[in-house]
Design a protein around this ligand. Structure first.
Ligand code: GSH
Length: 225
């Protein structure tokens, strides 16, 4: 299998966590933002990464979108399962996964790129990195006002996750699910931002554990302790 990805994308991290959890061998190919469209659009009709190419006879040519990748991997190799055995709990896990994708993952992107353009500029002050940050900010309309709204959405979201993760090791049910993996990936960019690291230690503890369970290297900002 081949995963087409941006090496730093939190949605691509989400797909890698699922592949790692299932212990599926795969290769990854890092694409260049902007140019990626030339490779990806003809395959999927979409512009976003991750895209998984099973490269196996009798299997689909390309699977776009991290949620579809979860579903494909579960049908390709059911064990260990990403799904919860209880139907109601799995439905709840999908609801959370969708909310994390559509709301929390985008809010993280806004807060993260605002940080990288300001206080966090020294993380990589190269021209190439600053150009990418500036293009992403323009593409998604990331500015002071939109970041304030995103930060507020994140604060509310983190309350919900805190209630669930402090009550149990898992967001839903009694095993790792699509919801835990989505949360660990989509909130991971916050590990580089000191105010989140200080305000939400329990979050990074859980992100670290889930990465270890999925045999995925820790995200920038979290050390291998
Ligand atoms: N819902 C999609 C979101 C993926 C996504 O937003 N990917 C971003 C990278 S983090 C992307 O490919 N952006 C490039 C573009 O839109 O041209 C998924 O879960 O796969």
């Amino acid at each position: 299998m081949l995963l087409l990805q941006f090496s730093t994308s939190h949605y691509c991290r989400k797909a890698r966590l699922a592949l790692g959890y299932k212990q599926i061998n795969y290769k990854s190919e890092n694409l260049t933002p902007g140019l990626h469209v030339l490779r990806v659009k003809p395959l999927t009709g979409l512009k976003t990464l991750p895209v998984l190419l099973p490269e196996l006879e009798g299997q689909p040519q390309a699977i776009a979108d991290s949620t579809q990748i979860f579903k494909y991997l579960e049908s390709y190799q059911p064990e260990p399962s990403l799904f919860l055995p209880d139907y109601k709990q799995q439905t709840e896990a999908w609801m959370l996964e969708d909310w994390l994708d559509e709301s929390i993952g985008t809010a993280t992107r806004f807060v993260y790129y605002q940080f990288r353009a300001g206080e966090g500029k020294q993380i990589d002050s190269s021209l190439a990195s600053q150009i990418i940050i500036s293009v992403v900010r323009q593409q998604y309309g990331i500015d002071k006002a939109s970041v304030e709204l995103a930060a507020s959405r994140l604060a509310t979201g983190l309350e919900e996750l805190s209630i669930r993760w402090q009550k149990s090791e898992y967001l839903v049910g009694n095993k790792l699910s699509v919801a835990d993996i989505a949360a660990a990936a989509l909130l991971s960019p916050l590990a580089l931002i000191p105010q989140y690291r200080q305000g939400y230690p329990w979050l990074f503890q859980r992100i670290r554990q889930i990465h270890q369970q999925c045999s995925e290297p820790l995200p920038p900002g979290l050390s291998e302790k």
